[in-house]
Design a protein around this ligand. Sequence first.
Ligand code: NAP
Length: 201
Amino acid sequence: MIRVVVSGAAGRMGETVCEAVEQAGDLELAGRADPALQTPLADLLQEADVVVDFTTPEAATANVRECLAADVHAVVGTTGFEFDSMHAEAEAAARDGKRARVFVAPNFAHHEGKLDAPSGTAKRTAELIRDAGGNVHDPIHSVRLPGLVAHQQVIFGSEGQTLSIRHDSTDRRSFMPGVLLAVRRVADLPDRLTVGLERLL
Ligand code: NAP
């Protein structure tokens, strides 16, 4: 059994992750960390093989640092998380003999409560298209409306025609297969810090 602690467990994503972990036969929900539950992550790290974090960028950065220090793997879904600086910290932890891996999953949420715009996934998609030689329209358009959960559309335009690729998520449960895949695989990742679900597919 992989023991999973969920950080941000009282939040929208955190609650859904707790349910998914509880329903998975090979995973054990070892703890729920959240200010609303008055349970700091630090109190639960001893119980964890993997921490799943869906909090805020500031909290996630501090939480992942704690995970690295305690040699616990981290799966980070929080957007705005500064993973660039985490490379150096993950390497430093490894030099101290720590084996912990950090996996960062990109984000797709576009509901009205979402704080950042454009989303991490939108920015990453733009980056990948630019790297492939494409011209990316500036700015990236971000819609935030009641009734939306997570929707991403890439429109390729040409003379007299367009090609659209669109993904719609209407329930946070749609993110759970990716989260659970990351929980199951994070310990075996070759790199100390991995960004992007495509690295696991
Ligand atoms: P949310 O409902 O606001 O939940 C965040 C929770 O984290 C809140 O309960 C918050 O408590 C708690 N929290 C704050 N600081 C904490 C800390 N230091 N330790 C533990 N918990 C802490 O937000 P959400 O909609 O679930 O989204 C969470 C994050 O996931 C956002 O960054 C969002 O963009 C991202 N997201 C990613 C994906 C993806 O596919 N990767 C999908 C959806 C969402 P308080 O309210 O008391 O501060």
